[in-house]
Design a binder for this molecule. Structure first.
Ligand SMILES: [Zn+2]
Length: 314
């Protein structure tokens, strides 16, 4: 439990009288127990982490607030929500086919989520009228499911699914290819997935969100694609969308420092053509590529751990 702690802190672990001498903006809960509810003394739990955060903040880095660090109990509940979300996407994966309308995908998500005891997070969120987003071809994200829209051979569709279970939120999305798709489009779908993998490889404590971003945009650009600039990922778990905002166009060593307990999404939108996007004015939700070329996106939820990361939802 103390892996990676400086020796001095390990030796002081449990010596609660020392807590009075700790000069931090972060303070332990009464009784010397850690605020995170682990049941351990602060000095054995979050003290070393918060000392390092404070040190980095003084050096000019952007560090998360304590509220952005999930507690062990919260992580356990979020993990359960993620299990439901993945099962719902599995149900879509089993049934999605040519000739199906995107409204049918909405029904699958709605029914499967309810069967598993959850609630679709998008429904009613800031007025969003469906249980899921289905974004096809040049739709970048927030595509409305529709009775009029039938999936055809050659289409690519992003199904973005989010669940509330016992008040805890999960969020992930997958790409589905309908029948045979052309070679360039297949490459776009594959590279979008690889971008998430490259980003994940950068998720480790005391790195930066910019490390994740640069790995992503470099891989996209190396393959001749572009990354949407205006829309990014987000913290998630206690709310649908929490801080931090997660950009995929920033540089290595910049942006927020990654600290164990943070949970956020990696979900870059990769365009075959230019990065510019437009909002469909009729509903103010659906986002399209401006040049009409296709866009692809995969989304995972990741937890920063003490020695790296854990993918919670995909
Ligand atoms: Zn703690």
């Amino acid at each position: 439990m103390n892996s990676g702690l400086p020796l001095g802190l390990m030796m002081r672990c449990g010596a609660q009288e020392d807590r009075m001498n700790v000069n931090l903006e972060y303070t332990p809960a009464s009784g010397g127990l850690c605020w995170c509810g682990s049941g351990k003394a602060y000095g054995c739990c979050h003290e070393a982490i918060e000392r390092r955060m404070e040190e980095m903040r003084r050096q000019g880095h952007v560090v998360p607030t304590r509220a952005m660090l999930k507690t062990p109990a919260q992580i356990a509940k979020i993990r359960e929500s993620c299990r439901v979300n993945m099962a719902v996407l599995d149900a879509v994966a089993e049934r999605i086919r040519e000739g199906m309308t995107t409204a049918e995908i909405d029904r699958i998500v709605s029914e499967r989520t309810a069967e598993l005891g959850g609630v679709p997070a998008p429904l009613g969120y800031q007025g969003y009228p469906f249980s899921v987003c289905t974004s096809v071809n040049d739709q970048v994200c927030h595509g409305f499911p529709s009775e009029e829209f039938e999936l055809e051979e050659g289409d690519i569709v992003n199904v973005d699914c989010s669940t509330i279970l016992d008040g805890y939120f999960s969020d992930s999305s997958r790409m589905f290819c309908v029948g045979e798709i052309d070679e360039d489009t297949q490459k776009l779908v594959d590279v979008a997935r690889e971008c998430v993998q490259r980003g994940l490889e950068q998720v480790r404590p005391w790195g930066h969100l910019g490390d994740v971003a640069e790995a992503i945009w470099r891989h996209a650009e190396a393959n001749g694609f572009s990354v949407v600039r205006e829309i990014g990922g987000h913290g998630v778990g206690l709310e649908f969308h929490e801080d931090p905002y997660v950009s995929y166009i920033t540089k290595k060593g910049t942006d927020m420092v990654l600290v164990p307990g943070m949970i956020f999404t990696i979900e870059p939108m990769i365009n075959m053509g230019d990065p510019d996007v437009i909002v469909y004015e009729d509903n103010d939700w659906e986002i399209y590529t401006e040049d009409g070329y296709p866009s692809a996106q995969w989304e995972v939820m990741v937890l920063v751990t003490e020695d790296g990361h854990e993918v919670l939802c995909w």
